[in-house]
Design a protein around this ligand. Structure first.
Ligand code: PMV
Length: 372
């Protein structure tokens, strides 16, 4: 017998939520959710935010979003009714995005149309600083929605069910957000190498990872915090007719397989090479899209040259990655932090200011901060 997809399961659960309509309660949940950095990249998707290849990331410690989400009876019955505040200021642009998101997920959470929802969201890091804010923002909102569902309907009572649905709902808001629920290493996308892997949700994979990877640092070199000219969604859609699409998806699967083996055996050098390969390939795909686009800056390349020389000279297992932007993420075990700091102080500081360097680490997952 074919097992139900999560989408089918949640659509059928929604019938129960619909039939036990509740209009008259109110409450509030306050969630913190981490950002994450992808080591195997998600770039290219199918309908409903289903990825074309599996991706793998780790959650960050210092980069997170705090979101307070409150609900009370809605006077506009059967319509999404939200107010959105970013850093305590009403933000109409984000509000519209969240409204569209709520429309999309209301098939799974029909109560979203029965309540007036207010959202207060703030980041621990500057917006557009090269840290994936949509991942932490959307996952924190998805967690709030799951809390409301649990409170109103007594559903999602096990930790697994709760986080699985949060990851599912986060994915619909922003693909990479589904990897921002759990601590440590996360995998999103089906692969035959990992049991329970799924295109619909991320799963924690810390059990597959050697201890030496649990003190990784992510030192972020902010080359530019300008708003990107091409958004991630435009980038994903340019993969649809990309001449290298098939080769990319095959290589991503091969990289993932090798990467998981390096994670298991504790092979820092092999993992470092794969991380760099993924980052450079991502940007090569952007440059070879039709139309092409370039997100790295001259300073990005200058710093890459310096890092490559530094790695060659020292032979240390230090590597770098890039998201869809010009900023570099230096990834390395904590024990090499003094050498990396010296390198930054000696060479990188001529290119970017010290305040544009953010120090982060592999970190914990989401956290419920308060509830009323
Ligand atoms: O989640 P999105 O749609 O913003 O896409 C994220 C894309 C990358 O950050 C470049 C890669 C990834 O896997 O996070």
């Amino acid at each position: 017998m074919k097992t139900k997809s999560l989408t089918e399961k949640y659509l059928s659960d929604a019938n129960y939520l619909r039939s036990s309509r509740k209009f008259d309660e109110e409450g509030e949940f306050f969630w913190r959710s981490p950002s994450n950095i992808a080591l195997i990249k998600y770039w290219g998707k199918k309908e409903n935010q289903i990825p074309n290849n599996p991706s793998l990331s780790f959650s960050l410690s210092n980069s997170y979003t705090d979101t307070k989400i409150s609900y009370k009876p809605n006077k506009k019955d059967n319509q999404i009714n939200i107010e959105f505040y970013f850093e305590n200021t009403p933000n109409k642009e984000f509000e519209q995005r969240i409204k569209n998101y709520f429309e999309k997920i209301s098939d799974f959470e029909p109560f979203l149309k029965q309540y007036k929802i207010e959202i207060y969201s703030s980041n621990s890091f500057p917006h557009s600083s090269g840290i994936a804010s949509s991942a932490s923002a959307l996952s924190s909102i998805a967690l709030g929605i799951c809390s409301i569902e649990r409170k109103l309907f007594n559903t999602l009572d096990s930790r697994e069910e709760f986080y699985q649905k949060a990851s599912f709902l986060a994915r619909i808001g922003s693909g990479s957000a589904c990897r921002s629920i759990y601590d440590g290493f996360n995998l999103w996308g089906y692969t035959e190498f990992i049991a329970d892997s799924s295109d619909e949700v991320a799963i924690p994979i810390n059990n597959y990872v050697n201890d030496i990877f649990f003190d990784l640092r992510d030192t972020i070199l902010i080359v530019s915090s300008e708003k990107k000219k091409v958004s991630s969604s435009q980038g994903h859609s340019l993969m649809e007719k990309h001449i290298f699409a098939e080769a990319r998806y095959n290589k991503a699967i091969a990289n993932l397989k090798e990467f998981i083996s390096a994670l298991k055996t504790g092979d820092l050098n092999q993992s470092a090479n794969i991380i760099r390969n993924e980052a450079l390939m991502l940007h090569a795909l952007m440059m070879s899209s039709d139309p092409p686009f370039i997100l790295i800056k001259p300073e990005t390349l200058r710093i890459i040259n310096l890092i490559d020389n530094f790695i060659k000279d020292t032979n240390l297992p230090i590597t770098y990655t890039l998201d869809a932007g010009p900023n570099l993420h230096l990834i390395y075990p904590n024990q090499y932090h003094p050498q990396v700091l010296d390198f930054i102080k000696l060479l990188v500081i001529d290119i970017i200011n010290y305040e544009n360097i953010k120090f982060d680490f592999i970190g914990g997952g989401c956290q419920l901060l308060a509830e009323k």
